[in-house]
Design a protein around this ligand. Structure first.
Ligand SMILES: [Zn+2]
Length: 147
């Protein structure tokens, strides 16, 4: 009755680390320990907050969709390291505010470069920018708010 939903249920596995399986999902999937929800809204942007919200407008066959998935997964590693409050303040908020930064500079931003690093994307970030981003993450981790 709902073939696309049935497909997602059939392909679902808590052990999934296969990117192809995630990018071909319709509503939900699982990737490296995190829930992935497909969303049509937010101007086609993907984001993550512990859960990966992957735009459903992304092509299931374009290699750039897998890069987006890996990058958003990298943000969930930041999320797990920092906790929701610190992640929101020092990663989520600056990221939302950098929408107008040109593509070539965007992934060199301190809060974006370590998402690429944790996601296993090596070709977008300049080495010195990754060092700056590691220092930024280290500073945020050291000064993070504790309950
Ligand atoms: Zn990002």
């Amino acid at each position: 009755m709902f073939p696309r939903l049935s497909e997602d249920i059939q392909n679902f596995s808590f052990k999934n680390t296969n990117e192809e399986r995630v990018v071909s999902s319709h509503f939900f999937s699982w990737y490296k320990g995190h829930l992935v929800l497909r969303m049509a809204g937010l101007g086609g942007r993907s984001f993550s907050f512990g859960i990966l919200f992957l735009s459903s407008k992304l092509s299931a066959t374009a290699p750039s969709t897998i890069t987006t998935l890996k990058h958003e997964y990298g943000h969930t590693v930041q999320f797990d390291l920092l906790g929701p409050r610190t992640y929101l303040l020092h990663i989520g908020r600056p990221s939302m505010r950098s929408g107008s930064v040109p593509y070539r500079d965007y992934y060199n931003l301190p809060w974006e470069a370590t998402a690429d690093f944790f996601g296993g994307i090596t070709e977008r970030v300049e080495p010195e920018k990754l060092e700056e981003a590691r220092a930024y993450l280290g500073k945020v981790l050291k000064n993070r708010w504790r309950p």
